[in-house]
Design a protein. Sequence first.
Length: 210
Amino acid sequence: ASMDVAIRETTEIALSLRSAISGNEFNIHYQPQINVESGRVYGFEALLRWTHPLRGDIPPNQCIPVAESSGLISVIGKWVLHGACVQAKAWLDVGHSPREVSVNVSAAQILHADFLQEVRAVLEETALPPHLLCLELTESLLLEDLSLSHSKLARLRMAGMRISMDDFGSGYSSLKYLSSLPVDNLKIDRDFTSRITAGAEHRDIVGAII
């Protein structure tokens, strides 16, 4: 019975996602990224949020997996990328200091043959300087195919963008893999950082990663 409920829930979300794209039900929240030494905001992470007209706010951990399995993640991801670049350029235009905007990228997006051209087209259309865009990819995605990841990431960085590895430590990453990947930032998995105060061993692990 619980499995049937889960299947129905997933099916309903998948059907609702299609109408959400055309019905302007998505919006982007910008989470500030702060330098802990200076206390200054140096960038923002673009976070997709979905407000369903009947169900209200649907958490990302419910809708993103469904978007990936249904093949809609590429369309949604492109929408988020464009919206984030538009907002970052708008901040520049009103006189704010240049701040990097980070956008999560799915496997379906980066594995697409035209991904680099699509990102360049968005940057050209929005007139956002490439160095103000950071693309975030999960550790598992980056390590799934090292040769493909290295080639794609190298070209993105050559075009001026920055690359961040998300959820570092959640899979099977090692310093050997890191040395072969052209990444600028590591985002330590929350499972480590949330337990820093739980004991010295957790602090030591995070300290070693840093």
